[in-house]
Design a protein around this ligand. Structure first.
Ligand SMILES: N[C@H](CCC[C@H](N)C(=O)O)C(=O)O
Length: 300
């Protein structure tokens, strides 16, 4: 029995809870405690899976949570970590380097372990949607907005911004700025993430185009806060920059925790490649375990 497996991708950390290794329930409350950096293990989110016995050739179901306990449709980093977890724990067909498919509430994502020793894992996040109704995005007066979400005006307090919003399994809002800084992300990030015009909230990327092949972002994640890196955010920034004509089809996206590569196909489909590492595996101590699963039979 192993209660948890912890992974990080460029400092974006997730705790994997595998129901085959532990009987612990996974609920928004337990996710919040596990992710708490003072009272729990500490993580930006939890990956719970596989939710059915994994079989080669069949999409492997899993659930993703943010550290605040909210459900996250898709996580570029969480999916890549879970792919490596399958290879670490089960080897077999997950470790051959052949692509396989992971299934979340946001749909299916192909993953591929390119180099297991180096932790190089690739995930496909599909074709993003730049559509106000899909996000959804509201007008200033609270009515549903319609049409393209490329370069839309957004007022945040005294700031008059021009942002590009998109959905790639998660909602994202890309804010081009001259100088993305952690201070800017921590200050403006939560105000955009929780802005009334985004009823489902949004992840936020502050973007600087370094060159046509290099982007730099600072990330504020919906449900998790300031993040050293985010896979779907890197993809969102690259997709927005490409649609705005600011970058080429293959870009390096630099974040405080490190860089990933994002490739953009002619139809807009996005592939993310980067490093993932296991940090720790372990068991929750009895006192924490009792909080995570208060049923008497859970105590050991
Ligand atoms: N860390 C994730 C994204 C989390 C997105 C989540 N915060 C949400 O949409 O609710 C990633 O690497 O793609």
């Amino acid at each position: 029995m192993t209660d948890f497996f912890k992974y990080q991708a460029l400092g974006n950390d997730y705790v994997v809870i595998d129901p085959r290794s532990t009987g612990l329930p996974v609920t928004p409350e337990t996710v919040r405690l596990v992710c708490d950096r003072h009272f729990g293990i500490g993580a930006d989110g939890v990956v719970h899976g596989p939710l059915a016995e994994p079989r080669p050739g069949v999409p492997v179901p899993l659930a993703l949570f943010n550290s605040d306990g909210s459900v996250c449709g898709r996580s570029g980093n969480g999916l890549r970590m879970f792919a490596l977890h399958l290879a670490d724990r089960d080897a077999g067909s997950w470790a051959t380097g052949e692509p396989f498919t992971l299934r979340t509430t946001a749909g299916d994502s192909p993953v591929r372990i390119l180099d297991r020793a180096a932790g190089t894992v690739q995930v496909g996040l599909g074709i993003p949607v730049f559509d106000a109704a899909a996000l959804p995005l509201l007008n200033e007066d609270g009515t549903p907005a319609e049409g393209s979400t490329l370069s839309v005006p957004l007022t945040v307090g005294e700031h008059k911004l021009t942002v590009t919003a998109l959905d790639n399994g998660n909602p994202h809002t890309v804010v081009p700025v001259d100088a993305p800084t952690p201070e800017l992300a921590r200050d403006l990030g939560p105000r955009i993430a929780g802005h009334a015009r985004f009823p489902h909230r949004t992840n936020v990327q502050f973007l600087r185009v370094v060159s046509r092949g290099v982007l730099e972002i600072e990330v504020y994640e919906r449900g998790a806060g300031y993040a050293l890196a985010s896979g779907s955010s890197a993809c969102a920034a690259a997709s927005a920059a490409r649609r705005l004509g600011l970058c080429d089809d293959r870009v390096e996206v630099r974040m405080p925790g490190g860089s990933v590569t994002v490739a953009l196909a002619a139809d807009g489909a996005v592939t993310l490649t980067g490093e993932v590492r296991q940090v720790a595996t372990g068991d929750f101590a009895p006192a924490l375990r009792a909080l995570l699963d208060p049923t008497p039979e859970a105590s050991r």
